[in-house]
Structures are given as structure tokens and as C-alpha cells.
Design a binder for this molecule. Sequence first.
Ligand code: PLP
Length: 507
Amino acid sequence: LDADEFRRQGRLVVDFIADYYARIDGYPVRPAVAPGFLIRQLPEAAPARPEPDALAAALRDVRDLILPGVTHWQSPRHFAHFAATASNVGALGEALAAGLNVNPFTWAASPAATELEVVVTDWLGKALHLPESLLFSGGGGGTLLGTSCEAMLCTIVAARDRKLAEVGEERIGDLVVYCSDQTHFSFQKAARIAGIRRGNCREIPTSRESGFTLSPKALAAAVRADEAAGRVPLFLCATVGTTPTAAVDPLRELCAAVAGHDVWVHVDAAYAGAACVCPEFSHVVAGVEAAESFSTNPHKWLLANMDCCALWVRRPAALTAALGTDHDVILKDPAAAQAQAQQQQCSDGGVVDYKDWQVALSRRFRALKLWLVLRCHGVEGLRGLVRAHVRMAAAFEAMVRGDARFEVHVPRQFALVCFRLRAVAVAVAGEKRAGDYDGVAAGNELNRRLLEAVNATGRVYMSSAVVGGAYILRCAIGNSLTEERHVREAWSVVQEQATAILSAATA
Ligand code: PLP
């Protein structure tokens, strides 16, 4: 860690990234490489000794070998999945945290890092219009994890231990969790890790008619049926902004449906939570005050570079009871114990030792970049970002509606447009074929080919989902560099490829 050398090398890296951003629009969004392309080009073992000016040589390899195989998530023409919205201060905040390289697992292990996380999660919670009860200032509190999957796992484990303390450890096989068929698959993974039997995850079906939202009536019926069969309802994962279509589950009604059954309600707002910075979207979390926990990924749509998932809980004690450890050698260190004893409490609930809010002991100083983002952009800046993306998505939606060959499959939510070639366009193409036309399968196949053709151009990158049996294309707008002209170009690419595919199918 030589300061002068760090300064020199740091400039090389900053210049490299700045050049990358300046040129990013020129790269094909998705690389045309085959599996193994990089493995074949790199040596089989690490060098025994560094070559002269190894960092400069490595950066040349990043440019010549690695960048050609990268999917450019920061490209203004990346519309796949949900974006990983980046910013200068998001990236530099990561650099700052990496430079300080602290490990704030307890308050004593890095008091400022811990307290900044306390402050910044309260700041963000207020900016998102979350109820006071989820914030430290209201008796709850937040933490910064890496991913939504971790947030789900930590909260299921908290709910599980609380419930088992009441009904007895031997009932673990009877615990049941609830979600919809649109809930992110990481929920089932988290439930399995938490020891919930595979057969005890109720995936409640949704329909296009109800906008792919979870039905409170169906949930209540499922809970009643499980109770009648002697099982123990434990946990509901509701979603604000589902992955396939950004559907918003009705939180108030869902919480009411399980009220009186002691079910922990977690709200997964990984993507759409960000939209709540805008007062006009805060209605999507109406009723969240009855939930136990809420999480969102600022790395998706709030300019905080990867990774950053904010989790808030109403009763931190439930988390720390399940995930806390009090026999760590580190905490028995006399200096640390003394520091703990002398410190001012940083919240009404007492000292926060974030190791007790997560799975692992060690943790990253994520609060720094989120704090930089909030300071340097302000809540108004974040609102402007969300509104600009929503406006561009509305423009894309209007373009889809203006072409009779296409349908918007479900009304746009936030900045996600879900669309597909209409059955009638597919039927016209299908009729000219051998007469073995099967509407659904042929429609799906044609839309799948359309997406493949669109992405193969390298000019844009979109993704897909299958909802209610229909294959849809997803155009998710959320990158910092995206402008209206990119959105118009994206639509032109889709139209061109659709024309080519439909005319080939009818030839
Ligand atoms: N929940 C929703 C609604 C998502 O869209 C995603 C990912 O896109 C996840 C959860 C998983 O997030 P993570 O990768 O942070 O675990």
C-alpha cells in the first residue's frame, strides 16, 4: 500500500473507466462470444512473479480480452432484466470503501461505518416514504446487505425461530411459507436454506386478468387450509414490482388476509422500491406498516453501484435473536468490550452490531456509497432519474401500441414494458405454413425468435419472461446513460426484426 504508487495506479484505473464510459455506446450490448472464449486465452496458472508495470499490462488485457466478452450493463441500450443503475459517486463510493477496507461487523469494529449505516438507512427509508415503524427513529431499523435473496433468508430465519420458540422446535416440518407464481425464485431458495420443506412453499397462481398480482382471497384460503390440516403458516413474501411484469401485490389487503394468523409479511421491492422516492408512486407501498420487513435494491434503480440491498425490519430484536452471536472471541477482546461499554448508544434500541443482522460475520462498508449517492444527487435528483425512465418507458409503450402487429401484454408498470407480437400477426404468418399451426406454441416460438434476432443485432439487449403461458419481451428502462433516442432506436430494431421474421414465416 504505497501512497505514491496508489496515486499513479489509481489514475490509470480512473482513466480506463472514464474512457470506457465515453465509448460504451459503441460496443455491441451483448458480446458475440462462445463459452470458453476467455479461458482459452488466459494462462493456466498465475504468474510466479509480476511482470514490469503489471497493472498497465493487465489493463491492456481488460481492454483487449475481457471487454469484448462483457455484457455492457451500463450501455444506454441495455434494456434486459432490471438495470443495475450506476453513477459516478456510486462507483467512487465503492472505490472509497475499498480503499478504507474496514470490516464493520460490530460497532466497535468500525463505529463510524456502523453509525453511517444507521443514518443512511433511516435517510433512505424516509426518502422512500416508508413508515416510521421500520426506521431506527421509530423503533425498527435498516441494514445494507448484498442482495434481496439475503434479505429474504435473514427474515425467514427470524420468523422461523420466533415461531419455533412458540410452537416447539419439532414442528419445523409443519411450517408453511406463501408467495405467488410471480415471486422471484430466490424466495424458494431462501426458504429451502431456512429449512422449510419443499412441499410447504405455497406458490399461489395469478392470472393476466388480475395483472399477475397475488390474490388476498386465495392467500386467505391457503392459510385456512393449512391450519385446518394442522400445519403452521409462517411467512408471506409479497412483491412490489415482480420480476416478469413489475406487478404490485396489494399489500394492505394481503396483510389483512393473514392478520390474526401470526404470519411474518415480508415485502420484496427489489426493483420498484426505488420508485417510492416519487410521491406519485408511494401508493404502491400503502399498507406496508402492517408488514414486518421490507427490502429494496438501491443497486437496481437508485444509482448505488453493485451491490446494495437495503432491508428494514419493524422488530430488529427478532432478527438479532435468530442471527446474533454473543460468544465471539472478538467481542471478548477487552479493548472492544470497553469501547462498547463507554460508547453512546447510537439508537434508542441500543448498540447496533450488524453481524447480528445477517448471515456472515464480515461485511462491506456499503453505507459510504449510498451516503455519497444521497448527498450528491439528493432525493430530488433520484426523483428526476426515476421520472425520466418512466417517461421513456411510456414513450416506448406508446410506440408498441401504435403498431397493430404488437400488443402490450400487461399495462406498463414503472419503467418496464412487456410486449409481444399479437396472435393475429402470428396467425397470418402461421396460416401460410403447413396447416399444423398451434396458436400458443407458434406465437411463443415466433416471439422467442424475435427476441433472439433483436439481441443478435448487438444494437439493443432485451430479455423475456413467460407469464400465463405467454412468452413476452421485456424492455426495462433504467440506465443512467439512456436517452430518448436510444429508446426510439430500440423500437426501430424491434420493428425491423419483426418485419423480417414475419415475412420469412409467410414466404
Ligand atoms: N426480487 C425481485 C422482484 C427481483 O426482481 C430480483 C432480481 O431481479 C430479486 C428479488 C433477486 O435479487 P437479488 O439478486 O438481489 O437477490
